[in-house]
Design a protein around this ligand. Sequence first.
Ligand SMILES: *[C@@H]1O[C@H](CO)[C@@H](O)[C@H](O)[C@H]1NC(C)=O
Ligand SMILES: *[C@@H]1O[C@H](CO)[C@@H](O)[C@H](O)[C@H]1NC(C)=O
Length: 305
Amino acid sequence: MSSLYHFTILLLISTLPIPSSATSRKLAALVQQQPLTLKYHNGPLLKGNLTLNLLWYGNFSPSQRSIILDFLQSLNSPNAPPPSAASWWQTTEKYKGGTSTLVLGTQILDENYSLGKSLTTSQIISLVSKAPHVNSINVVLTAADVAVDGFCMSRCGTHGSGFSNPKDKQSRFAYAWVGNPVSQCPGQCAWPFHQPIFGPQTPPLVAPNGDVGVDGMVINLATVLAGTVTNPFDDGYFQGPATAPLEAVTACKGIFGSGAYPGYAGSVLVDKATGASYNANAVNGRKYLLPAMWDPQTSTCKTLV
Ligand SMILES: *[C@@H]1O[C@H](CO)[C@@H](O)[C@H](O)[C@H]1NC(C)=O
Ligand SMILES: *[C@@H]1O[C@H](CO)[C@@H](O)[C@H](O)[C@H]1NC(C)=O
């Protein structure tokens, strides 16, 4: 514990921009003082055992798939040393109603781009409808060469709901989509592993699994999954209008470690062997950089480090 503490202090010093460190600290303090409340709108959340069905749309290599599969498996695994991806996910338990346990279900590979390389939102919904959807979250992951409505314009991924039988309100199911941004908008959807398009410029961090696009997808998948379980049907936890809600993770945008401020992800851990930045240990010795999540107990954005 004390050696970890020592390491964190060293890291903080080495990653702050030296000439302006006093200003940075002041700014960080101001950002942290903003009170943040996500209102609960009395609707159902997704709790208990939830099957996560995956549809891989387009070309993903086996190693890319394993980066994402190991992340998903880690959310429900006590086997990684702290700070762990499982402890990150446990913050969702503090939202009304107990635990949400994600269990991997069916995987479908659509390597031949069955609907082409430019998808609308309704095509995403028809893709998710292919997987079973009882007590499940169906997730579409699109490859780097697939354009999706709104991708890179207003979003890096999204979640929503559909009806398996349009006449039966009980048949509502949750889905999510995340795209690989590496060639279309890495500065927007794979930040902080790529230079940002806008705003203050900080050097990019080294991606923990050596894949800027897929490590970016993990951040966005983490974001939409936390949003899905805490606000599945637009009447769960969020701030602002239901049409443009700030949710569990989107309310904490751009924060990965303590002392974050716009353009600076915060103080995180660095793997000595690879130089990669991370804040979560995971199964199979993997490491990930996971975004801050709003903690209902403290009304703050909680980071793992
Ligand atoms: C979830 O699944 C586990 C393992 O099958 C089971 O022990 C547990 O009771 C289930 N939990 C709920 C809430 O259904
Ligand atoms: C995808 O296309 C390739 C090449 O045309 C073909 O060999 C393969 O069987 C197709 N796969 C599926 C699942 O249709």
